[in-house]
Ligand binder design. Structure first.
Ligand SMILES: CC(C)(COP(=O)(O)OP(=O)(O)OC[C@H]1O[C@@H](n2cnc3c(N)ncnc32)[C@H](O)[C@@H]1OP(=O)(O)O)[C@@H](O)C(=O)NCCC(=O)NCCS
Length: 115
């Protein structure tokens, strides 16, 4: 799969004067050509602010924007120093993501027009 150059979007929630929960998305091209939604390339909450619901609040902002615009969301699970792969998989399942490939999860928008 290939990501072509295109629009990038960042979502964040300010947690303190110096801390952000942050997520980056880029336009996604599942077939390497046609844009079909956005790939979440990063979602991160600073260590000391974790397990307080900030990650879920941030993900819900992204889901609401995707639903509003009728955009699919794509991601690959790449745990770093927070929730494990299995915990992340459960989390994304609870928010409507499904496996669509060996390493790729996708969520269809709940309302709006699917592109
Ligand atoms: C993934 C990450 C953003 C979650 O942020 P967070 O603020 O800790 O998340 P929340 O407190 O909102 O919890 C997220 C979900 O995991 C669950 N959870 C939180 N801590 C947990 C724990 N220790 N054990 C099991 N489940 C847990 C919550 O119940 C929540 O599920 P829900 O939304 O269905 O209620 C954070 O762990 C992180 O920054 N990790 C490092 C980067 C990373 O791995 N990003 C994901 C790449 S795919």
């Amino acid at each position: 799969m290939c990501i072509l150059g295109g629009k990038a979007v960042t979502f964040w929630i300010k947690l303190s004067p110096t801390a952000l929960a942050i997520a980056d998305l880029v336009e996604y091209h599942p077939d390497g050509v046609r844009q079909d939604g956005f790939l979440i390339t990063r979602i991160n909450v600073p260590f000391e602010f974790r397990s307080k619901g900030h990650g879920s609040a941030l993900l819900k902002k992204i889901l609401a924007a995707a639903d509003e615009r009728g955009e699919k969301l794509w991601l690959g699970i790449t745990p770093s120093d927070g929730l494990s792969f299995v915990q992340l998989e459960r989390w994304y399942f609870r928010h409507g993501f499904k496996w669509v490939g060996k390493h790729t999860m996708m969520r269809k928008p709940k309302k709006g027009e699917v592109k």
